[in-house]
Design a protein around this ligand. Structure first.
Ligand code: FE
Length: 250
């Protein structure tokens, strides 16, 4: 499966997945960017995959449906009525086929109650919307911190080689914050140097790898003794919550 990463809106990424003549668009927050790309690559859309209903992830659904009538629109069963044009209502454990590739549907409440991640085990590609960013994580909107931490644990249990296709380019700001609570982390420091270079060249900083994020992303390190002693926290949820609230105030 080939993955194309399209910058959209102010800091979103839309993903185009191409496999055996099928094309899936993940979280089209802006249809114009997608339509331009498809025309220039001579592709048509076979389906839309939405991770959650926030407008920067679904605002292009209707225009894509107008251009490609009848294509299925996948999203969570919980988001029925909220995702424009939705036709398929997914639950945890469901499968979605894109050409020859199969996505496992993971229910990951935390940022939104109906948030989904699409994980392709064969190619180790993960499309996780606003759950994990490079060095960061989405805000807790209509869930508890405990739900968010448990969903992040579910994603963190995927193989270290998993490629994380985050829906936003927030890496520089996230690293700036991460270095305030984990300043001695050498991998964080060198990632900052790499990211500054990439952003100066207007290059995306994603995908990032799960193994790397497990060692550097403070939102995935609730069981790190280093972080816990710095934050003065004890349990998993308490440590995650402390990182979240510091980031909210950063
Ligand atoms: Fe978003």
């Amino acid at each position: 499966m080939q993955v194309y990463c399209l910058p959209a809106l102010s800091d979103n990424y839309i993903f185009i997945l191409v496999d055996s003549a099928q094309v899936a668009v993940v979280d089209p927050g802006d249809a114009g960017v997608v339509l331009d790309f498809l025309r220039s690559h001579n592709l048509t859309v076979s389906m839309i995959l939405n991770t959650h209903y926030d407008s920067d992830h679904v605002a292009g659904n209707r225009s894509l449906l107008a251009a490609y009538p009848g294509i299925p629109v996948y999203g969570s069963a919980i988001d029925r009525g909220r995702i424009p044009g939705q036709t398929v209502f997914l639950n945890d454990g469901d499968r979605v086929r894109v050409g020859e590739s199969i996505a496992h549907v993971l229910s990951v409440p935390g940022h939104r109650h109906g948030h989904l991640a699409y994980y392709f085990p064969e190619s180790a590609d993960l499309f996780c919307g606003d759950m994990i960013f490079s060095a960061g994580s989405g805000r807790v909107k209509d869930c508890t911190h405990e739900q968010m931490q448990q969903s992040l644990a579910k994603l963190r249990s995927l193989p270290d080689t998993t490629k994380i296709w985050c829906a936003h380019e927030y890496t520089f700001d996230n690293l700036t914050f991460a270095l305030t609570i984990d300043p001695d982390n050498l991998e964080l420091q060198s990632r900052m140097v790499e990211v500054q270079k990439l952003r100066r060249a207007l290059q995306p900083t994603i995908p990032t790898e799960m193994g790397f994020e497990k060692r550097t992303n403070p939102f995935l390190r609730w069981d790190s003794e280093v972080l816990r002693s710095r934050l003065g926290s004890v349990g998993d949820v308490e440590t995650y919550t402390e990182v979240r609230s510091r980031k909210n105030q950063f």
